[in-house]
Unconditional design. Structure first.
Length: 254
C-alpha cells in the first residue's frame, strides 16, 4: 500500500500529490472518493475484500436463488458446486447465507465422521444447545426443532468431498443424516467441494440425481484474468496506480 500520511494535518490530496479525487485516473469514477479518505478508512475498505463474479459463479448463484424461490416444501431440490481450492466455493456459500438473512445453515463436512458430529456443527451454527452429553437422537431432534422454529430455508455443506475419506459405514451414515434433515425440513441442499466431490455420492444415486452439478473454473493467464485484475485495480482505494498487470505479477497471482 502507498505510504502513510507524514503529518496528521496534511490532507489526503496533498499526500498523494493530487488536488482533487478526480485526479485518481487509475480508479473507476465510483471509487475516486474512497482514495481521498484517511489511511485507516482505506485500509478497512481493502480488508473487506471484493467479490467479482465469474460468469460460471453467476450462473450457479442464479440457479441457487431459483431453487430458493420455489414454493416452500418443494421436494428434491439441490445443487453440487465443485472447483479447485481457492476458486470461490466457500465464498459462494457465505454469500447464500448473507442473502438469506441467516436462514440458510452452512457447515463444513471436513472431518465429520459421524451423525453426532454433523448435528453438533449444525447446532453450533445456530447457537443451539450442543453439550457433549447430548446423545445423537437428542441432537437430531434439537436440529429439526430449530430448523422449523427459525424458518430455515436451505442447508449448505462445504468440503463435501471429505466425507469419502471416512469408512464406508461412516460415509453412509453422514449422507443419510444430511438427506434426512433436508427431507424432514423440506429444504434444498447445497453441496460445495472439490472436483472429487461426486465420489461422496456414489453410494446414494437418488441423492446424486437430486443435485444439479455446476463447476467453477480455475483462472488462467488470459484476457479474462487480465480484465479481472484491471477491475480490482480500479476498485481498490490506492492513490497511485499499481503494477499488477505486469506479466510477472500476473503469473505470481495465479
Amino acid at each position: 500500500m502507498d505510504a502513510m500520511n507524514s503529518h496528521p494535518l496534511q490532507s489526503a490530496a496533498a499526500v498523494s500529490g493530487a488536488d482533487h479525487p478526480d485526479s485518481y485516473t487509475h480508479l473507476a469514477v465510483a471509487h475516486c472518493d474512497d482514495a481521498a479518505r484517511p489511511d485507516e478508512e482505506r485500509i478497512e475498505l481493502i480488508k473487506r475484500g471484493i467479490v467479482i463474479e465469474h460468469v460460471a459463479y453467476t450462473t450457479a448463484m442464479d440457479y441457487a436463488h431459483w431453487i430458493l424461490s420455489q414454493p416452500t416444501g418443494t421436494p428434491g431440490r439441490g445443487m453440487l458446486l465443485t472447483g479447485e481450492p481457492g476458486v470461490g466455493k466457500s465464498t459462494f456459500g457465505e454469500e447464500l447465507v448473507r442473502s438469506s438473512n441467516g436462514r440458510i445453515v452452512m457447515i463444513s463436512a471436513e472431518g465429520a465422521r459421524s451423525t453426532r458430529e454433523l448435528y453438533g456443527r449444525v447446532l453450533q451454527f445456530l447457537d443451539g444447545p450442543v453439550a457433549r452429553s447430548m446423545h445423537t437422537p437428542d441432537r437430531e431432534l434439537a436440529v429439526i426443532r430449530l430448523f422449523k422454529a427459525l424458518g430455515i430455508t436451505g442447508f449448505a455443506v462445504d468440503e463435501i468431498q471429505d466425507l469419502a475419506k471416512g469408512t464406508y459405514r461412516e460415509h453412509q451414515q453422514v449422507l443419510l443424516a444430511i438427506k434426512y434433515l433436508t427431507n424432514v425440513a423440506r429444504i434444498p441442499l447445497f453441496c460445495l467441494g472439490t472436483p472429487e466431490s461426486e465420489r461422496a455420492f456414489r453410494g446414494d444415486k437418488p441423492l446424486a440425481k437430486r443435485l444439479r452439478a455446476f463447476q467453477l473454473p480455475q483462472w488462467k493467464l488470459d484476457q479474462s484474468f487480465v480484465d479481472l485484475i484491471t477491475t480490482i485495480e480500479e476498485m481498490l482505494p490506492l492513490r497511485k496506480a499499481s503494477a499488477m498487470r505486469n506479466e510477472a505479477v500476473l503469473k505470481y497471482l495465479l
